[in-house]
Ligand binder design. Structure first.
Ligand SMILES: NC(=O)c1ccc[n+]([C@@H]2O[C@H](COP(=O)([O-])OP(=O)(O)OC[C@H]3O[C@@H](n4cnc5c(N)ncnc54)[C@H](O)[C@@H]3O)[C@@H](O)[C@H]2O)c1
Length: 254
């Protein structure tokens, strides 16, 4: 699908990998709506790229529907959905004092990363399925952002890994569901990227993380994620697949 002139939605577009994706889409000529629960940062990015900001919480159906309405009113119906919003978090299932991990900590991460992305996608897909097909019979493209933790989660990462493995797991069935509507679905599983999250770590820790990557031994640049995200949109034969983007990194247990 051509990106030029297309209306696109980027969740988590206010920061990190989502921000880089919003910028790359805009550079390639898309009309970009930045969907993020951080309204202030979303506004800054949107202003910078000539897009619009839609403050929303991806786990809240009313909030997502209002954001989709606002984006459609400004740019017309969207054909591209980049699900990048997500949260981290690690907790051992049995704490050092022997107490079980609080269940809310697990459900919160899964609710944002997995249920939120599904919520966004179902509401987007229902609208997209009603559009006229574009070239090649395509109506739209959905991208999910998993993590290498979907496959090699570290100590304490049960909630995060489960949420990201859930995204990888639903990629094929969603692609199969939406094939009849001409909507493709793909997932990127990033390794270690230089986003605000990792940049806050002390420099020696960042260097150690970078050195753990076989090649290139450096953190991924958000622009490299954004390039792949946009390639997935333009390559009409990519569908139902999860692509690792990690410099051959395999995470160690801790
Ligand atoms: N940075 C990495 O190395 C890395 C590696 C693997 C996977 N990921 C994944 O990539 C995605 C982006 O990560 P990042 O490093 O850019 O993080 P980030 O914290 O810089 O950006 C995440 C954005 O998502 C938004 N967000 C969070 N919950 C939301 C909600 N409920 N509704 C709407 N917006 C919400 C935040 O406000 C924030 O702007 C996440 O899903 C993360 O799990 C990142």
């Amino acid at each position: 699908m051509k990106i030029q002139g297309q209306a696109a939605l980027v969740t988590g577009g206010a920061s990190g990998l989502g921000e880089a994706t919003a910028r790359e889409l805009a550079r390639l000529g898309a009309k970009v709506a930045v969907l993020d629960r951080n309204a202030e940062l979303a506004e800054q990015v949107a202003k910078d790229i000539g897009g619009i900001a839609c403050a929303c919480d991806i786990t809240d159906t009313e909030s997502v529907s209002a954001a989709l309405d606002r984006a459609a009113a400004a740019h017309g119906p969207a054909r591209i959905l980049m699900n990048v919003a997500g949260v981290g978090g690690a907790k051992r299932i049995v704490a050092k004092d022997g107490s079980p991990a609080p269940l809310e900590d697990f459900t919160r991460v899964v609710n944002i990363n997995l249920v939120g992305a599904y919520n966004m996608s179902r509401l987007f897909a229902a609208r997209c399925a009603k559009l006229d097909p574009a070239e090649g019979g395509e109506r739209g493209v959905i991208l999910f952002t998993a993590s290498v933790a979907a496959f090699d989660g570290q100590v304490g990462q049960q909630a995060y890994s489960a949420s990201k493995a859930g995204l990888a797991g639903m990629t094929l069935p969603m692609a199969r569901d939406l094939a009849q509507h001409g909507i493709r679905v793909c997932t990127i599983a990033p390794g270690l990227f230089a986003t605000p999250l990792l940049k806050e770590l002390p420099e020696p820790v960042q260097q150690a993380l970078a050195a753990s990557i076989p090649f290139p031994p450096r953190l991924g640049a958000p622009s490299e994620f954004a390039e792949l995200a946009c390639h997935i949109v333009t390559n009409g034969h990519l569908n139902g697949e999860t692509i690792r983007l990690d410099g051959a990194l395999r995470m160690s247990p801790r």
